[in-house]
Design a protein around this ligand. Structure first.
Ligand code: ADP
Ligand code: MG
Length: 464
């Protein structure tokens, strides 16, 4: 039925390509929550028309993915109009019913995820049994987060750590630690009710409860947890109604002595538009940062993962990987997995030369990483201003605009945090960077030639 509906609906190559790119960029789960429910209606003169099942999804896509959709279409989509439409609502109801369990089954098979029976009941996300405290390698960069998570796992509730707010860039172990809390409790304290929810799942369940008029039940379920963990809070922040809902749940849980663990790619203070009472509530326990892994830690993690695979990988290769893949642990692990998979498939010996050639794309991308300095130089040149002016605090219109554009590109093309970007623009505050990115997003939404200009600049930077 669902497939028939999808097949019947008209489609378009530009939109299909954009969807493929979005799936890659956003990941399957986010894509399923937000992009998949959209129905294609038409594309004419750069205006893409879509239908969404609810106002909530429409607004979320507009505010979070509008710019992205325009970018991935290489300028072919200039404007997006989303209607709220009953046909889309019917379709999404079926998707929720039909696809949700299937996606989870597929994930289980793909990732060898073990479902903990009757655990999390129906509300939570699946827990990966490999993510335990034992398999987490510690160093000074992550030991505070590790110790706090372990305390919570052992005691169920620790007043000074409520909420525990785990903060780091991507791929540095936040999800691992949350799953470790769940795994530990499933083994040692099965009577405790532990709910782990990815932000996508939280939003998905919330939207569903709105549609089914069962929000009260949803909230009750959340509040019945002894330990509630919400992963990737950044996806919830900024959406007023959900944010409010989330906040009430947080407050009532914390006040009733239940433990809350939140992970996020930013600290509470970095959310400039979060109401102050929410910010202070989120910071009222412990905000634990996980910093980037240094060479030593990368090496130790690789060695421990290689033992887990029971694969013979020479020290030379492990050293090479730890030296060259520095962005985060997920990427490092991905590289190791690739080497092991290829070696198993072709049954060839794992030599350093083999490893280098199997990872050549990854290593090339790394080489091509754009630096903030390059972005500043190219943007200044493009708008005919001096580099020193981009770094200055001048409010002259041309300069301020070029600076905002450079900050926007820096946020999109590099992995630097907002705080770091601010610092590198002559010591500005991260809120200035947030403001700049917003401003550029607003401008490109209405100014096609500017959108194209930024696209061209972005591609030139990526190509250098
Ligand atoms: P995040 O949630 O911060 O984006 P994840 O928890 O998903 O990151 O971690 C990405 C991958 O890196 C996972 O496979 C995880 O097991 C691994 N990882 C991260 N940090 C460590 C660590 N300190 N020890 C062992 N594995 C780690
Ligand atoms: Mg994560």
């Amino acid at each position: 039925m669902l497939e028939a509906l999808q097949n019947n609906s008209a489609t378009n190559i530009v939109w299909e390509n954009a969807k493929t790119a979005l799936k890659k960029q956003l990941g399957q789960a986010t894509f399923n929550s937000w992009i998949k429910p959209l129905i294609y209606i038409g594309l004419e003169n750069g205006v893409l028309k879509l239908a969404a099942p609810t106002k909530f999804i429409k607004e979320w896509v507009e505010s979070h993915y509008g710019t992205k959709i325009r970018f991935v279409s290489n300028g072919e989509i200039k404007q997006i109009i989303i209607d709220v439409n009953a046909a889309a609502a019917n379709m999404v109801t079926q998707q929720i019913a039909a696809i949700d369990p299937k996606v989870e089954v597929e994930n289980n098979i793909a990732n060898n995820i073990v479902n903990i029976a009757s655990y999390n009941e129906s509300i939570g996300s699946k827990i990966d049994s490999r993510f335990t405290f034992e398999s987490f390698v510690t160093a000074t960069s992550n030991e505070l987060a590790f110790a706090a998570a372990k305390q919570i796992a052992e005691h169920g509730y620790v007043s000074g750590l409520n909420p525990l707010f785990l903060h780091s860039g991507v791929g540095l172990g936040k999800t691992h630690l949350m799953h470790a809390i769940a795994n530990y409790n499933a083994e040692k304290f099965p009577e405790r009710k532990v709910i782990y929810l990815s932000a996508e799942k939280f939003l998905h369940q919330y939207v569903r409860s709105l549609k089914e008029r069962s929000t009260l039940q949803f909230k009750e379920q959340l509040r019945s947890a002894d330990i509630l963990m919400i992963d990737d809070f950044q996806f919830i922040a900024g959406k007023n109604s959900t944010q409010e809902e989330f906040f009430h749940t947080v407050t009532s849980l914390v006040e009733s002595g239940k433990q809350l663990v939140i992970s996020c790619d930013r600290t509470p203070s970095e959310f400039s538009d979060l109401p102050e009472r929410m910010r202070s509530r989120l910071s009222s326990g412990l905000v634990a940062d996980i910093h980037a892994a240094d060479y030593e830690l990368r090496l130790r993690i690789l060695k421990s993962k290689a033992i887990g695979y029971n694969a013979e990988i020479s020290d030379e290769i492990v050293t090479f990987l730890a030296q060259n893949i520095t962005s985060n642990i997920r990427e490092l692990e991905g590289a190791l997995n690739r080497i092991i998979a290829r070696a198993t498939l072709v049954k060839s010996e794992i030599s350093l030369d083999n490893a280098k050639s199997w990872l050549s794309d990854l290593l090339k991308i790394k080489d091509k990483q754009v630096t903030i300095e390059e972005i500043q130089e190219k943007t200044a040149a493009k708008y005919g201003i001096k580099l020193s002016e981009i770094l200055s605090s001048s409010r002259s219109k041309n300069i301020a605009r070029a600076r905002q554009i450079a900050m926007f590109i820096a946020k999109n093309l590099t992995t630097k945090s907002l705080v770091d970007i601010g610092k590198m623009f002559g010591g500005k505050d991260h809120t200035t960077v947030i403001h700049a990115c917003r401003r550029v997003e607003e401008m490109v939404a209405t100014d096609e030639s500017l959108a194209r200009e930024i696209q061209v600049l972005t591609s030139q930077l990526k190509a250098c």
